[in-house]
Design a protein. Structure first.
Length: 94
């Protein structure tokens, strides 16, 4: 059974979703966390529930949805998924 936890984050009050199942594998959707306390709430939820993030998905590339994209990718060493139109928005140039 899927469990969906919603976190309202950043100055725009965007919804970030943590979706998990009985395997504890987790997908993070639209993690627009900007403030440290937003990031800490999400991290604490993941740790408390012994979840294992495996994917980060962004429904689109608006800034309020992707604020924590790079941080989530690095922290959990997981890939980022979004539609091809958002590639330039989500890929950091070297």
């Amino acid at each position: 059974m899927l469990k969906i936890e919603t976190f309202v984050v950043n100055m725009i009050q965007e919804n970030c979703y943590i979706v998990s199942d009985e395997t504890h594998e987790t997908v993070i959707i639209d993690c627009g966390a900007f403030y440290d306390n937003d990031k800490e709430r999400i991290k604490a939820y993941i740790e408390k529930n012994k979840l294992v993030p495996v994917h980060s998905i962004f429904t689109h590339g608006h800034f309020d949805h992707i604020l924590a994209a790079e941080e989530i990718k690095k922290k959990y060493n997981i890939p980022i998924y979004a539609c091809a139109k958002e590639e330039k928005t989500l890929i950091k140039e070297s």
